[in-house]
Design a protein around this ligand. Structure first.
Ligand code: GTP
Ligand code: MG
Length: 310
């Protein structure tokens, strides 16, 4: 599998992503270990924002725009709400038909399927596989609502936050502190009424943001359905890359992120190990005892840890 992935074999890449989604275990882990050194050079762009803001349409155009200067572009659409993957539900949501037959584009939707470590861990691993397979630009579409999106924004080198005119939703997005994750703002559906007003509001909001390493997020107006504003968007992304990504403070941020990731993986690994040794029945037994106040949860955990180490 390693060789095939490094050669860019699409079917093997696809199989690896399925293994990752299912949690994979030891086999998947060793595959990822081997691929990691080859996965350094891709640019990961996160595209997030409220539902229906045009993220998929924009992602499609963005892929096309990047293909003018890069060989291969990978796209991952993340659906934190759906337990299905690659099925009809996601198929409907990702309207990227014009790319479906392009051999230089790999499109995949991902869901968790209850995997330990959650969606962001699976996306992280998927990005390693795609980067090793030679996809130089990786676009990750997420719906900006919860922790998963914030985690994925941390994974991305550049995060594009998509907003649209006249959506009450934007106010909520802004309230939730989501604005902070945007490195580049897109005001999509700029063809709509109220675009000018939204632009002014956004300008005002941006003036309150604390610049990240001297970077003030630019606002790019787009009409994704007409492919307008896309070259400006690519320029903004590349500007961020050269101004901020390659700076020393970005490395520090990256180290901080990797540290967090290691702690997450460690936690998953230990929980996994302990639970596999303890077994379901024993766990139920402890839960019962805690439920009837025969045992407190802290002592129960201490005993479970002991059992898990046996
Ligand atoms: N007028 C206008 N409509 C747009 C524009 N961009 C996207 N749309 C439309 O907005 C609708 C939603 O677009 P999607 O690309 O599916 O939006 P999304 O953010 O990916 O949606 P979810 O993944 O379901 O959250 C579609 O009907 C698009 O055709 C635009 O720039 N102008
Ligand atoms: Mg979408």
């Amino acid at each position: 599998m390693i060789e095939k992935i490094l050669e860019g074999d699409i079917r093997t890449v696809s199989r690896a992503l399925s293994l990752i989604e299912e949690g994979g275990g030891q086999g998947t882990r060793s595959l990822l270990k081997s691929l990691y050194p080859y996965s350094r050079h891709s640019l990961v762009v996160g595209i997030t924002g409220g539902t229906g803001t045009g993220k998929s349409t924009l992602t499609e155009c963005l892929a096309r725009e990047f293909l003018k200067t890069t060989q291969k572009v990978g796209i991952i659409a993340v659906d934190p709400t759906s337990p299905f993957s690659g099925g009809a539900i996601l198929g409907d949501r990702i309207r990227m038909q014009s790319l479906a037959t392009d051999p230089n584009v790999f499109i995949r939707s991902m869901a968790t399927r209850g995997r330990l470590g959650g969606l962001s861990a699976a996306v992280n691993d998927a990005l390693v596989v795609l980067a090793a397979a030679g996809y130089e630009v990786l676009l990750v579409e997420t719906v900006g609502v919860g922790q998963d999106e914030v985690d994925i924004a941390e994974t991305a080198d550049v995060t594009v936050l998509v907003l649209v005119p006249g959506m009450g939703d934007d106010v909520q997005t802004i309230k939730a502190g989501i604005m902070e994750i945007g490195d580049v703002f897109v005001l999509n559906k700029a063809d709509r009424d109220g675009a000018e007003k939204a632009r002014l509001e956004l300008d005002a909001l941006c003036s309150f943001l604390v610049p990240k390493q001297g970077w003030v997020p630019p606002i790019v107006e787009t009409v994704a359905t007409e492919g307008k504003g896309l070259s400006e968007l690519v320029s903004a992304i590349l500007d961020f890359k050269s101004a901020v990504m390659e700076s020393e403070s970005m490395l520090k941020q990256r180290i901080g992120f990797c540290r967090k990731r290691l702690v997450d993986l460690l936690r998953d690994r230990l929980v996994d190990e302990i639970l596999s040794k303890v077994g379901d029945r024993e766990l139920d037994h402890y839960a019962e005892r805690v439920a009837v106040h025969e045992l407190d949860p802290y002592s129960a955990v201490e005993e479970l840890v002991k059992l898990g180490k046996l």
